[in-house]
Design a protein around this ligand. Structure first.
Ligand code: ADP
Length: 276
């Protein structure tokens, strides 16, 4: 993906675009932003929506592995890049383009500076043949860096979901990510609290118990603080439990929403999809 040509415009930024663009943001890494992105995409696809994922997380770019297409590379047709389709049995037409796919080798480290990142992002939005999408989900890098600013400039109509864990320290950095989104004029549509609780079935009595492994209140705190700061209602859209199966699904490339949709973690994400 080399530059040098005149930049094409970004179809999603046009006023008449019917694609709902949702950026998934977080204050720090490891809170489950990518897991939420891929499972939400699967839940939307299962509802018959046409969905694309743009994995713009330069540090993580874990989306392809979570969808079982880690080694796939986009092809090109004339001057357009074709995004990688997710195997039909799981993905229902889901398409993916990842910043990690621009590297010749998987283990190569991306150390791009702002202007190059900006250009790569532009190409992934303008030179990729996404087709008619109902939803484009963007997996942003954690924090409030160059990519978040570029996305804000290129897609001012994008909506933002902030992912946090229930922990106080995570909530504070998540608030900064939400504030950043609003500074580039994007609307924060809600908060997802991930790893909210752990359900364990007692081997003796058979009852299910819930444990707050990472404390509690982070999601509500981010929602309330952002609501006050931004001047509109920011709801908690979902609380996703800590679930070893969700983690395993990410590792094997079979997101839980597709492989075991009745699990509480999967139904929480399906509920999130229904709320959009
Ligand atoms: P981020 O994109 O915020 O860096 P990831 O989605 O890559 O975070 O998640 C980090 C790790 O935590 C991954 O191994 C993932 O499978 C795991 N994980 C995320 N959400 C959950 C959850 N609800 N339950 C169990 N493991 C989770």
């Amino acid at each position: 993906l080399q530059g040098g040509r005149t930049e094409k415009d970004i179809p999603f930024a046009r006023a008449e675009s019917l694609t709902k663009v949702i950026a998934i943001a977080s204050g720090k890494g490891g809170v489950g932003k990518s897991s939420v992105t891929v499972n939400l995409a699967m839940a939307l696809a299962a509802r018959g929506q046409t969905v694309g994922i743009l994995d713009a997380d330069i540090y993580g770019h874990s989306v392809p592995a979570m969808l079982g297409i880690a080694d796939a590379r986009p092809t090109s047709v004339e001057d357009m890049i074709m995004p990688v389709p997710v195997p039909v049995e799981q993905g229902n037409g889901l398409k993916v383009m990842s910043i990690g796919m621009l590297k010749p080798r998987r283990d190569q480290v991306v150390a791009w500076r702002g202007p190059i990142l900006d250009r790569a992002l532009h190409q992934m939005l303008a030179d990729v043949y996404w087709g008619d999408l109902d939803y484009l989900l963007l997996d942003l890098p954690p924090g409030t860096g160059d990519v978040a600013i570029s996305v804000g400039q290129k897609l001012p109509n994008a909506e933002v979901i902030v992912v946090t864990t229930p922990q106080q320290a995570a909530a504070e950095v998540a608030e900064r990510a939400g504030t950043m989104a609003s500074m580039v004029n994007q609307r924060v549509i809600g908060v997802v609290e991930n790893m909210s609780y752990l359900l364990i079935t007692c081997p003796d009595c058979g009852k299910q118990h819930s444990y707050d492994v990472f404390g509690s209140g982070g999601g509500d705190e981010v929602a309330t603080t952002l609501g006050t700061r931004l001047g509109y209602d920011v709801p908690v859209l979902a609380r996703i439990p800590l679930d070893p199966q969700l983690r395993a699904g990410g590792d094997t490339g079979e997101p839980i929403v597709g492989s075991d949709p009745a699990q509480p973690s999967a139904t929480a994400v399906t509920g999130l999809a229904d709320s959009l």
